[in-house]
Design a binder for this molecule. Structure first.
Ligand code: MN
Ligand code: MN
Length: 470
């Protein structure tokens, strides 16, 4: 260190650096290229099921085979476990003894949306509607007056199932929740943002043409529900389903349309569901591309993070521990030792600092879009409640891994203390005695129907996971 102020500052101060500066033209070009693959992925993966299907296709193209519990494995094997079509664990068995630990990366592939209720179709004053029950933390007002598509699965009475996607092809119709005109919104405008729209008010317009009939519709005064009939007839013609089958269905309304580049420089991507597919895609690619690694590497697509990670496909399920136990048994390792020596990156998005709303951020500890992937020591709310709060040693271990590979990374927390809070799957993995820390891509408008990320940050996430799996 020199003794001029300039030299001393350079040596002693931390300076957040831009990924554009550190990557240079070539790196930025590589980031844009990686982003094209990502945009293709999220364009078709709008639900956890679709993300798992798209993930399996990528894995199989990279030589991965299905794994079943109890199966024998050996070094170099590339395997995936499809957990009921809604969560996915992919792993490559390393050359090192398994007891040296597994490198785990975990993202979630569910996103906030509007699920259809089980009794969903109804008619009112000439319009056909779908009743919804929102999934995850949405700001309800954002979901009105935007084109919506329907995605999901219906299990029929005979046990067969049919996939539904309506609203994504150019020729498809889309659906919509209406809002008031400004001329009649005096009362609504006086309510808070939270109260202006209600959960029961998020009814989706799905049709308005009554089923044509020669019967005299006016011979009875009771509502004849011919719009509802026409809707159910459409579903029956196209999918062979009846209203009863919708009881055993998981249908979701999600924003219709493809991801789009944002800005004249095309440096950002606007899309539905960056949270958390913008982390799911890089962790998948970083594992898919592995060939005969030293360490065993695993990536996880978890379901249900947005609603608490419960259930068989959520991160609180036993499936991760069971698979580690099974792999340990197959390779003659002690599962407890394997878990104790494993390291996990919980790959979930960070809140990108938004200059339009500086009042909710503390800028020194905020994630800046374009400054790389975000290492988050703790999440939680109100005095770090509900977080695993990774140790200094874990942060130290991970930063050495990134620095050795020249990954552009920054560290941040969500926003101002006591302004809100959030959580990830990190604590559920850490509870298995697996050292875990959060790492993710900064997002603007998180949980909105159209979220925004920077391509260079996505690319640094990928580079971070490549470094992690080495
Ligand atoms: Mn998330
Ligand atoms: Mn989220």
């Amino acid at each position: 260190m020199g003794d001029t102020v300039k030299e001393m500052k350079k040596a002693l101060f931390y300076t957040k650096k831009s990924a554009y500066e550190l990557e240079g033209e070539q790196g930025i070009e590589a980031a844009y290229k990686f982003a094209r693959g990502y945009s293709d992925f999220i364009g078709i993966a709008k639900t956890e099921r679709e993300a798992v299907t798209a993930g399996v296709a990528i894995l199989e193209a990279h030589g991965f085979r299905p794994y079943s519990l109890g199966m024998g494995v050996s070094a170099g094997d590339k395997l995936y476990y499809n957990n009921r079509g809604k969560s996915l664990l992919a792993f490559v068995i390393g050359k090192e003894p398994l007891e040296r630990g597994i490198r785990i990366s975990a993202a979630h592939v569910d996103s906030p949306r509007l699920d259809l209720k089980q009794h969903t179709v109804y008619e009112n004053t000439g319009f056909g509607y779908l009743k919804t029950h929102y999934y995850g933390g949405i700001r309800k007002y954002q979901w009105a007056t935007i084109p919506l598509a329907l995605h999901g699965v219906v299990v029929k009475a005979d046990g067969t199932s049919v996939d539904v996607v309506i609203g994504e092809d150019d020729g498809d119709p889309v659906f919509c929740i209406t809002d008031l005109l400004p001329h009649l919104s005096k009362d609504q405008s006086q309510r808070t943002l939270d109260a202006a729209f209600t959960g029961e008010g998020l009814n989706i317009l799905i049709g308005s043409r009554p089923y044509s009939t020669d019967e005299d519709p006016y011979e009875t005064s009771s509502p004849d529900e011919r719009v509802k009939l026409a809707i159910l007839k459409y579903f029956n013609d196209k999918y062979g389903i009846t209203e009863s089958d919708l009881v055993s269905a998981e249908l979701s309304a999600v924003p219709a349309g493809k991801p789009r580049d944002i800005g004249l420089d095309r440096a950002m991507i606007g899309a539905y569901g960056h949270d958390d597919r913008v982390c799911a895609y890089p962790i998948l690619m970083a594992v898919a591309e592995l060939e005969a690694p030293e360490k065993t590497a695993m990536c996880i697509f978890a379901d249900k993070e947005e609603i608490g990670s419960d259930g068989v496909t959520g991160m609180q399920s036993r499936v991760l521990a069971d698979i580690i136990a099974e792999l340990s048994r197959a390779l003659g390792a002690d599962e407890h030792v394997v878990r104790a020596n494993s390291l996990c990156l919980s790959a979930d998005v960070a809140a990108g600092f938004d200059p339009n709303y500086p009042e909710v951020y503390e800028v020194k500890n905020s994630a800046i879009c374009g400054c790389g992937v975000v290492l988050t020591k703790f999440t939680g709310s109100r005095g770090k409640s509900g977080t695993n709060d990774a140790s200094a040693e874990t942060v130290g271990k991970v930063r050495r891994i990134f620095d050795a590979d020249g990954v552009v990374w920054q560290t941040a927390e969500l926003g101002k203390v006591d302004q809100g809070g959030g959580g990830t799957v990190a604590k559920f993995i850490a509870n298995h005695n697996i050292e875990t820390i959060d790492l993710g891509v900064p997002v603007l408008s998180m949980h909105a129907p159209f979220e925004i990320i920077s391509k260079v940050d996505l690319y640094e996430a990928y580079r971070a996971h490549v470094a992690f799996n080495k």
